[in-house]
Design a protein around this ligand. Structure first.
Ligand SMILES: Cc1ncc(COP(=O)(O)O)c(C=O)c1O
Length: 391
């Protein structure tokens, strides 16, 4: 099927092509100066002391979990309304995700429910059990972490979330894979917890091909992430010394050169995405039954990752996807909640009805074609066809 408009597209220029080409003029394809430059650019942008590049957002999140010492039986409160990687990294370590429902406006974790879950789990016994049957009681020992997600480029409400983490001594991991460039009450996404991760798949605000970046101000966490990404080599280890069980999660020089070049254009890239979102909002205002995304006041800058609209409950979203597809317009139902993915249901017994808000958003939400290189006439075309197929 050839589509009239691309679902997403990276925004690449001569700057990126030249930067990647230059790497091939050198013998240094890994662990070189481009990696350091890319890490430095991200650290400076978010104002943190450490940025550690890895070869995917998932790898970065996995290292956060390992560096925080979260392991078998440790419970971590997190969101069911996310891309699966944010809770998969807990499952890799046999930690237990405690899913908590989300805010109906933003799709981000609901701070009041997170506080209630943390208080109940800290009490243990009956109160803890309230959260466990639908989250997997299997081998649960103690509450250790809070893993928040900045959904679709909008930071979660981190002031109350961080207060809960502090109160219960939880490590706060911020999955900011979708939110590079966003800010919350004036502070950059990625700085709102103990450690955070950005991701650079080609549909993201900036891309390195595949790639991710862990950021933190904590020396202990940064040191461990650096070792674990590099096969567990601690400072002072030679190539064949491995103090820890680690991974090869390194980012190579080609990816780093691309990522760095994109960072030099970050504000331009964010502005272009914002303009496209603005065109969509203006066009959608005239279509009955379609809600544009909501940006809440604590979000002092939205960093548009995807453009997800919501349909009124009476509209058959899945039939619309099919009609749009027939008309040459691609779209994606964002997200199918994590607790309804087959392997999660099988392991924890989660089911439809457990997290009604996440399920409702998942059932009514649709990502429309979106990127910073989308033209105004393409947005108009998508909206015209949407108006027609809804009508
Ligand atoms: C919320 C969230 N977490 C984690 C990831 C994983 O990033 P990657 O695809 O780079 O592994 C993504 C990527 O789409 C994401 O959207």
């Amino acid at each position: 099927m050839s589509y009239k408009v691309a679902m997403s597209s990276p925004d690449l220029s001569e700057v990126e092509r030249q930067a990647v080409g230059e790497v091939l003029q050198t013998p240094r394809l890994s662990m070189g100066p481009r990696l350091e430059a890319f890490e430095g650019a991200i650290a400076e942008r978010v104002g943190l002391r450490h940025a550690i590049a890895v070869n995917s957002g998932t790898a970065g999140l996995h290292l956060c979990v390992r560096a925080a010492g979260i392991g078998a039986g440790d419970a971590v409160i997190t969101s069911p309304f996310s891309f699966v990687a944010s809770s998969n990294v807990l499952l890799y370590e046999r930690a237990v995700p405690i899913f908590v429902d989300v805010d109906p406006l933003t799709g981000n974790l609901d701070p009041a429910q997170v506080a209630a879950a943390a208080a109940d789990l800290a009490q243990g016994g009956r109160r803890a059990e309230r959260w466990l049957p639908r989250c997997g009681a299997e081998g649960w020992t103690s509450l250790r972490g809070l893993l928040t997600v900045d959904v679709f480029g909008q930071p979660a409400d981190h002031d109350p979330l961080a207060a809960t983490a502090r109160q219960h001594g939880l490590t706060l991991i911020e999955d900011s894979c979708e939110a590079l460039g966003a800010s919350y009450n004036g502070r950059p996404a990625g700085t709102l917890g103990d450690i955070a991760v950005f991701a650079f798949y080609p549909n993201k605000q900036i891309t390195s091909g595949e790639g991710g970046m862990v950021v933190t101000d904590r020396d202990d966490l940064a040191g461990m992430v650096r070792s674990l990404r590099n096969q567990g080599r601690a400072p002072g280890d030679t190539w064949l010394d491995h103090t820890f069980l680690g991974y090869n999660y390194r980012m190579d020089e080609l990816n780093a050169a691309l990522g760095y070049a994109q960072m030099t254009r970050l504000d331009e890239l964010l502005d272009k995405r914002e303009a496209v979102a603005g065109w969509y909002a203006a066009q959608l205002a005239g279509i009955p039954g379609v809600e544009a995304p909501v940006v809440v006041p604590s979000t002092t800058r939205m960093s548009w990752f995807v453009y997800v609209v919501r349909f009124d409950p009476g509209i058959d979203r899945d039939a619309l996807i099919h009609r749009l597809d027939q008309e040459g317009i691609p779209s994606r139902p964002y997200f199918k909640p994590i607790h309804l993915q087959p392997y999660v249901q099988q392991r924890f017994g989660t089911q439809a009805g457990d997290f009604p808000v996440a399920e409702d958003l998942g059932a009514r939400g649709l990502a429309l074609p979106f990127s910073g290189v989308m033209r105004q006439d393409e947005v108009a075309l998508v909206c015209d066809i949407l108006r027609r197929v809804i009508g």
